[in-house]
Design a protein around this ligand. Structure first.
Ligand SMILES: [Zn+2]
Length: 171
């Protein structure tokens, strides 16, 4: 059973871009944070509810430890492959760093879609409209589908939200 006693914090440092994040404090309590710019940019409560649901979903799905595990196994694999190819220790290290980076990013796209689906569900059950909430994707710069992009394209994320709502409401 995960600790879902979330602490909500506002990052009010000036000049921060619109952003939300989740992490654990030093006692293991989950924390969800919003920057002031994100709150300012939100057009309605449905958007904020969706973002809150999305960040909570990352915690509930265990994306912090899983992501670290996968980055590590990517690094191990890259190191093994580089060593087998007769690389120097420096080259092995460079390959390990690249391996960890690629592993973390490709899994992070999967994690984003997973958090979009569970986040939509959380917002819906809480009485908000996740489809209206996912309208904030329209105002995010689209990461496109670069090979190493850490986030899926915005259209794919909106489709994920719409599919989740259809599944849950039978509509
Ligand atoms: Zn996310």
């Amino acid at each position: 059973m995960r600790n879902c006693d979330f602490r909500i914090v506002i990052d009010d440092r000036p000049g921060q871009p619109p952003n939300a994040f989740q992490t654990l404090d030093d006692r293991g309590r989950p924390v969800v944070g919003f920057t002031l710019a994100l709150i300012r940019d939100a057009r309605n409560a449905d958007e904020l509810a969706f973002v809150l649901g999305h960040e909570a979903a990352h915690h509930i799905a265990g994306h912090i430890p899983r992501r670290q595990d996968q980055a590590l196994s990517g690094a191990l694999l890259a190191g093994v492959l580089a060593q087998a190819g007769g690389a120097t220790p420096d080259e092995v290290r460079a390959a390990q760093n690249l391996g960890a980076e690629v592993a973390a990013r490709s899994y992070s796209r999967e994690f984003e879609l997973e958090a979009d689906a569970l986040g939509a569900e959380i917002a819906l059950v809480a009485g908000f409209d996740p489809i209206r909430g996912s309208g904030f994707f329209d105002r995010l710069p689209d990461p496109g589908d670069r090979f190493l992009g850490s986030h899926p394209p915005n259209a794919q994320r909106k489709a994920q939200v719409a599919a989740t709502v259809r599944r849950l409401t039978g509509g």
